[in-house]
Ligand binder design. Sequence first.
Ligand SMILES: Cc1ncc(COP(=O)(O)O)c(C=O)c1O
Length: 395
Amino acid sequence: MEEARNAAPVRSGEIPFHKPYIAEDEIAEVLDSLRSGWITMGPKTVRFEEAFRNYMGSKNAVSMNSCTACLHLALKTIGVQEGDEVILPAFTFTATAEVVTYFRARPVLVDIDEQTFNIDVSKIEEKITGKTKALIPVHYAGQPCEMDDIIALARGRGLAVVEDAAHAVPARYKGRMIGTIGDVTCFSFYATKTLTTGEGGMATTDNGEWAERMRILRLHGISKDAWKRYTNEGSWHYDVIEAGYKYNMTDIQAALGIAQLKKVDWMWTRRKRIAEQYSASLAHLPEVRTPDVKSDRESAWHLYVIRLVPGSLTIDRNRFMEELRGIGVMTSVHFIPLFRQTYYANEFRYTSGSFPVSARLYDEILSLPIYPAMTDEDVGRVAESVEYVIKKFRK
Ligand SMILES: Cc1ncc(COP(=O)(O)O)c(C=O)c1O
């Protein structure tokens, strides 16, 4: 009987892990750029920066071709140098740490908080040394970190705070937008993110000098408004004032960003609804734990990460994902902790024993699909599929 009631949810095609929400207005805006003849950085990039700055309420917004580039230039701008240390969570994507290694500085990992998956602030202080230069909190899945505590800790020790907000468009901490709190905040517009330009990123900061330095560094270190040299306003003459990078955004990317930003609140509301629908549908299953967002903050809901309660199923997380795939539901894992990656383990001798929470949670988690292009039926089917696999393999 139980078997009959627990029939596999009706399969009608696959539910991908992610699909960007691209509509006719994005397409029209990109076509407009293509027809205008201006396809690399230009007027639309400037417009997108302006719109993003206004949306976030920050004083400056500097676009680049990725969040990784933003993190790199943020660290360069605040003055990270060879031999310095930068503190960040163990439970993040490699980009957060790799930018530290660009300087021959050391990424110093801190374990995470079990409820939020964000850096455990109570474990930061013991990692601060005379070499520590900055903290990079990561707003995991879109839920803001304990920013008051992080800022207080940093200010007391003279450290900079560079936020990795790759997941956090839009997110709020105690009513304040992420993008207006730390020294520099770095956002990602990668294809799977809550606002996408295909590839892209934005650094916000209230420090005008830092913003100007990042603007110069992102385009070869050329003094002021290098892109204008091909316009009537500009001049062919330019001056390279330091060795920079080729990190600029293009107008084709910015065209996507302009259209996406107009619907960012709608897309956020849709993600929130999906998260609520999942949490309500899965609440009765003791084998899963659904995500928790603290009451004083709002998540961007970039990811919806569930935990499988250890010992409650006859299969492990990997097999659980395979079972879901078998019935057409694609999932992912965010993240494989840095100490489990060959490079970080070899180069910095990190081991899982030093990060017990991250090590344990890594084995329990999977990310369910969450994106505005999903219908309520899609969300229902994912939840039913999770329930189906649980019932099939519960102890
Ligand atoms: C936490 C985190 N930081 C940084 C990045 C890098 O973003 P980008 O691909 O725009 O460089 C990602 C990308 O997935 C991420 O998840």
